[in-house]
Ligand binder design. Structure first.
Ligand SMILES: *Cc1c(COP(=O)(O)O)cnc(C)c1O
Length: 454
């Protein structure tokens, strides 16, 4: 069968259910803990922070399939199905016998996969009758996606944007405002926790963990508001399973079984979504697909972090999650893959990694941008720096196939476009990109500060 350059599903072939990998895991991810009592958090505790329906999804380790509400499916149809592209041009250029596919999630204004969960979270907030939601954003992709989703459902959207990005990335900030969101640079004087952080670290350029603390405080102290998070959480991986389900449906049409699946990992949502149905097969003993997470060398949660309970934010307001973490006080060097600058990792992926179901590797910035530019010149798409971590690894695997004469099928997630990252590309072109990597001493310092949990 001739495989087209792009495999598109029909609209009526799009998934009607999200798939929850946790249902097939024998070792479930460890429960979130109340930071005061160290007991598993209850529905009531979480529902002060998050929307009710999302809390149910968060805590549900056993239901395999959740029906996607029709309103969300109808929004998905505005920009999905996303194409699964056979990278014929890249294969030819590399001269590899490997077959390379990528799932392209950049075909929407927000420019990344994040809209898949943003629209779901906004829908449940609206259904609960809330006035609005608060959130944080790093480079701005999540804030952009959420502001689009909130505009669609007529919800107020308050975004705390990491200060360095607020200043360096005015374009995404303005996209958010175009969709009606209020954007505040974080840390700010608007919240108690922001003031505390500024006092302790005057002149800080902020971090995701710190912006999360501010957004949580704002939500829990404003009537009719809840907090929403764009990655890390189980519910987000659930919504992002639409990526993997579409990918699998497209591959199944041509009887293709992937040998290797690669994704970049910041908090783990795109990777968790992309791999979900394939990981389900692996967990059930039906396949032995290799799964590889790629993270920046400047923020190496999987490859150099500790598998332990930690806060999800810097201000220590969120529940404790058991995950691979660099410590909630760790602030990575200002890398250009803002979406990957998070100290922790999804607890579901962390458990799977711990149990040997997936691998992880890290790569430095300059190599990422080399891969990004190489890819742009061959396949045409200008990739996001985050996505380019996966591109780098896919190219490396394809080169190995060439050396060994192996016809492996490689699938990777191309999570977004890089139009708003041209300052980073400029630094790369001018040879001004730095590749700083945290020292062992620095990582140990933060690991020693992890909360002690029995
Ligand atoms: C946010 C983002 C990521 C990383 O987030 P995950 O939750 O780890 O998927 C990757 N790529 C792009 C383009 C992003 O915007």
């Amino acid at each position: 069968m001739e495989i087209p350059y792009k495999i598109y599903l029909e609209e009526n072939e799009m998934p009607k259910y999200w798939y929850n990998m946790r249902a097939d895991m024998k070792n479930k991810p460890a429960p979130l803990l109340n930071p005061g009592t160290h007991k598993p958090v209850t529905f009531d505790e979480l529902s002060h922070v998050f929307c009710d329906e999302l809390v149910k999804q968060e805590l549900d380790d056993t239901t395999a399939f959740f029906e996607i509400p029709e309103e969300i499916r109808s929004f998905y149809r505005m920009y999905r199905p996303a194409p699964l592209v056979r990278a014929y041009c890249l294969e030819k250029k590399l001269g590899t016998p490997a077959k390379i596919y990528y799932k392209f999630e950049g075909n929407n204004t927000s420019g990344s996969h994040k809209l898949n969960s943003a629209i779901a979270q906004a829908y449940y907030a609206k259904k609960q009758g809330l006035k609005g939601v608060t959130t944080e954003t790093g480079a701005g992709q999540w804030g952009t996606a959420l502001s689009m989703a909130c505009a669609y459902f007529g919800l107020d959207c308050k975004v705390y944007m990491v200060k360095v990005s607020y200043e360096q990335k005015p374009f995404r900030r303005e996209v958010m405002r175009t969709y009606g969101a209020t954007v505040t640079p974080s840390p700010s004087m608007e919240t108690e926790v922001g003031r505390r952080i500024l006092e302790k670290h005057p002149g800080t350029t902020g971090s995701l963990g710190c912006a999360i603390s501010e957004a949580v405080e704002k939500a829990t102290t404003s009537k009719g508001y809840r907090y929403v998070l764009g990655s890390v959480l189980n519910q987000v991986l659930l919504h992002q399973s639409v990526i993997g389900l579409e990918t699998k449906a497209a591959l199944d049409k041509y009887n293709i079984k992937p040998d290797i699946i690669i994704g970049c990992a910041g908090g783990g949502s795109n990777l968790g979504g992309l791999i979900s149905p394939f990981m389900g097969e692996k967990l059930r003993g039906e396949s032995d697909v290799r799964i590889i997470a790629i993270e920046p060398a400047s923020c190496p949660s999987f490859t150099r972090g500790t598998f332990a309970y930690d806060f999800c934010d810097t201000g220590m307001m969120t529940p404790l999650a058991k995950m691979y973490t660099l410590g909630s006080d760790f602030i990575p060097s200002p890398s250009h893959a803002g979406g990957l600058r998070y100290h922790g990792m999804s607890s579901t992926l962390s458990q799977l990694y711990h149990d040997g179901y997936m691998e992880a590797a890290s790569v430095n910035q300059t190599d990422v941008f080399k891969a990004a530019e190489y890819f742009a010149r061959i396949e045409g798409i200008l990739p996001a720096p985050e996505s380019s971590h996966a591109i780098y690894a896919a190219i490396e695997e394809a080169k190995k196939c060439k050396e060994n004469g192996e016809e492996k099928t490689i699938v990777f997630g191309l999570t977004g476009t890089g139009y708003f990252d041209m300052v980073a590309y400029e630094k790369f072109h001018d040879g001004k990109m730095d590749d700083s990597v945290p020292s062992d001493e620095e990582l140990k310092k933060y690991a020693d500060m992890l909360p002690k949990v029995e």
